[in-house]
Every structure is written in C-alpha cells, then in structure tokens.
Design a protein around this ligand. Structure first.
Ligand SMILES: *Cc1c(COP(=O)(O)O)cnc(C)c1O
Length: 426
C-alpha cells in the first residue's frame, strides 16, 4: 500500500506540532511507523490522502457509532450552521440535548454540557469535592478519565498507594489526594475505604473499561464500589465518556444495574463534534454555579453545531436503535478474530461488550492493569500493521477498544476477519 503522501504530511506536521499531532494516540507511537493522514470518511470507511480506503474500527475513538457522515446528522449540522455558530446565550437546542440525555440515563436528573470528556470528568471531580467537602479521590489503574491533573496517575504497584503523577507538569500536590487501586480488586477497595473512607470525595471508574483495552468488571467489584461509596458518603462517578450510548442506550450503568451519583459523558453525545456532559441527581447538580457555588463555565459549552450533531445522533439511537445489529456484527467480528488467532496458535483472549472489543495478545483472563500490562505488544504491533496494509484500520495500541458502527456490513466484518487470518499467517 502506497502511503508516500502521508509520510510527507507527517514530516511537515512534525515541524509544526509537537510529535506532529494534536492528540498523542494518533502518532502511532505504540506500533511504530508513520501515521495515516485522513482525507475524508464515509459510512464505515476512512480514505487517506494517498487514496487508500480502510474499514474503520476507530470511529474517532468512540463517537461515530452511526458511521461517518450519517445524512441526518449532516443535515442537522448544516441547518444549525446557517443559523449561527456560537451565541454565548441560551438556546432551546441545549434543552433538547439535556432532555435526551436525561431520558436515556435514569440516574441523571440534571446535566451540564461542556466541550470534551476531559472537561466533564474534571468538572465532576470538582463538584464531588465541593459537594462532600472532601479532597481524596479513588481511581483505578488503567482507567483513563482524560488529561485531568488529579487523574493522570497510574498505579506503580498493586497496593493502595497514594498516587505519584505520571506526567511531568502534574504537581505532586494535585495528584497526592488520588488513591490508585487495581480494577476488580474488592479487597484493596475495602482496605482503602477502611483506611481513608471519611476523606474520600469520590470513586471514579470506567464501568466497562475501554482505555486499557476492554476489561469487564466483575459483579462483586461493581457491588462493592457501590456499597462502600454509600456507606462512607462518597460519590460514585461512572465515567461513561466511552460507554455512554455505546454499550447500551442507557450506558454501562443500565447493563450493570447501578445508579451512580454522577455520570460523565462525551464522544457519542457530540455525534462527532466536541461535546462532553456531566450529570446526576438534581440535589448534587444544583451545587454547580449559578444554581450553587461550584464554579464551572465554558465559552463554547452547548455550542449550536455540536448540540445539533448530538441531538440528531441521540434521536437516531432512540428511534432506530442499532444495538441489536451492533451486537450481531460485533459477535461475528469477535468470532472471526478469535478463530484467526487460534488457527495461528497465537496466545490471546478477546474481551467484548456490545460493539467495543479488544483482542489481547495474552492468554487471559484480563481483569486489571496487572494482567493487561503483560500483553505481547510487539505481536500486537505486527498484527496492527498486517491489518492496516490490508485496508483495515484498528486503534493503534493494544490498550484500546475497537469499535463497530451501524454503518459496517457483514461483508466488511468478514473481510476484516479474513485479513486477520492472513496477517497472522504472514
Ligand atoms: C475519551 C475518554 C475521556 C476523555 O475525553 P476527551 O473528549 O478526549 O477529553 C474520558 N474518559 C473516558 C472513559 C474516555 O474514554
């Protein structure tokens, strides 16, 4: 596959932007080589600037559940575009998007719209601290909540350690109140609450993890997080930026049967434009300015174009739910990938919830970052390039979820499974 234009574009971009990109995951750092520059996208396909076509399993890292350029989403954005791109004053469309979110997620009674998932988690954390008058946070290793200072902490050990920042520029002060625990480890969660319970403002978690590859919570773990939070007056924050409207219309919380105090959303709620949201019980949300005293604001929050794309997407997801089709297509892809790996004798395990999945190069089971971090990432990189060169674009890291969209066809899925088998044999 000829990608000379992409290579040249990356050389130029590296002179203009740090690492040549505006978000690090795009730079192919985990798999090596030069990233593909995109010209346009349509349905289930990406087209690069050299004219190559790829079946897209990144879906913009989550938002594009309906595929690229859904005609009704495009029409909604076009209508909004001609009415004005930003006002700095309220619009009815913001209430429509809020109402659609509240309708879908029973634990959300009131919601605030922001412009990214990071902004949503950052604001939810501030609200939880303001509401409880406590400082400490619990997060889980391998869960990503955006680039919020206090959440940019990963575990160095399996014990409940007070976090050390894992990025230069994050002060020890801003992360020292963050306890990092292992996902699915009930005992450590109990220990952390026994030791620090009355200081913990919030437990934040991905209710199905996507950001260390797909990791499914055990029912015991979910129940323990819920129970300990209630017992200690700690807020439970479900970070559903990835899982919201993805694993089910009501998000992962509807599958797990939990009602978090606060929920963060992003990705799909913006339909491919920049939107985030955080919401929860009215009594908690009323602490946000100007109803309450917790400050949070945004010049472009509830932006008319983003709101239009979000409303159109959530309306389509409600009126023509794609979830059964996504389940069928995704099960088919999972089967195909697993069969390919088995035939090649490659140690692997596949984790999937609905249309998000990861083929781990590790025999499994993978319950936390402890196991995920043991994956054969070199093997993954070869697999990634084997598929990319055959026209199938997976996320460029072992520790990401791939996404199936409603625009994928059975033929796309079967072609990807066949390409995977070929890639393993090569
Ligand atoms: C993507 C993601 C975020 C960050 O959202 P951005 O829009 O990239 O800031 C936060 N939490 C989770 C679970 C995510 O998947």
């Amino acid at each position: 596959m000829n990608r000379t234009r992409s290579v040249a574009a990356f050389e130029l971009a590296q002179r203009l932007m740090p690492g040549g990109v505006n978000s690090p995951a795009r730079a192919f750092g985990a798999v090596g080589g030069s990233p593909v520059f995109i010209d346009r996208a349509e349905g289930a396909y990406l087209y690069d600037i050299d004219g190559n076509r790829y079946v897209d399993y990144i879906g913009s890292w989550g938002p594009m559940i309906l595929g690229h350029g859904h005609p009704e989403v495009v029409a909604a954005v076009e209508r909004a575009l001609h009415r004005g791109t930003s006002f700095g004053a309220p619009t009815e469309a913001e209430s429509e998007l809020a109402a659609r979110i509240i309708d879908a997620v029973p634990s959300i009674e009131k919601v605030r719209l922001v412009s990214s998932g990071t902004e949503a988690t950052m604001s939810a954390i501030r609200l939880a601290r303001g509401y409880t008058s406590r400082d400490c946070l619990v997060k889980f290793a391998g869960n990503y909540h955006g680039h919020v200072d206090s959440l940019l902490v990963a575990a160095g050990s399996s014990a409940a350690t007070l976090g050390a920042p894992n990025s230069p520029g994050v002060t020890v002060g801003s992360s020292s109140d963050t306890l990092v625990l292992q996902y699915n480890d009930v005992e450590h969660l109990e220990d952390a609450f026994a030791a620090h319970g009355d200081r913990i403002a919030a437990v934040i978690l991905e209710p199905v993890v996507g950001n260390m590859g797909v990791v499914v919570p055990t029912p015991e773990f979910v129940a323990a997080a819920n129970r300990l939070a209630r017992q200690h007056g700690t807020l439970l924050i479900c970070d559903e930026v990835m899982t919201g409207f993805r694993v089910a219309f009501g998000g992962a919380q509807s599958l797990l049967g939990i009602e978090p105090d606060l929920t963060t959303l992003g990705k799909i709620v913006g339909g491919g434009l920049p939107v985030g949201a955080y919401g929860g019980r009215a009594e908690i949300m009323n602490h946000v300015l100007p109803a309450g005293k917790v400050f949070q604001a945004g010049t472009l929050s509830g932006n008319p174009l983003a709101t239009a794309a979000g409303c159109a997407t959530l309306r389509l997801l409600k009126e023509q739910p794609p979830y059964e089709r996504l389940e069928r297509l995704s099960a088919r892809l999972a089967d195909g990938l697993q069969r390919a790996a088995e035939e090649a004798g490659v140690p692997h395990t596949l984790a999937r919830v609905g249309s998000m999945m990861t083929l781990f190069f590790h025999p499994g089971p993978i319950q936390s970052w402890r196991e995920a971090s043991q994956c054969d990432v070199q093997r993954f990189a070869r697999f990634f390039w084997g598929l990319l060169d055959r026209g199938h674009y997976l996320p460029c890291s072992q520790f990401e979820a791939l996404f199936v969209s409603a625009a994928h066809s059975e033929a796309d899925i079967d072609a990807t499974a066949a390409a995977a088998a070929e890639a393993f044999r090569a």
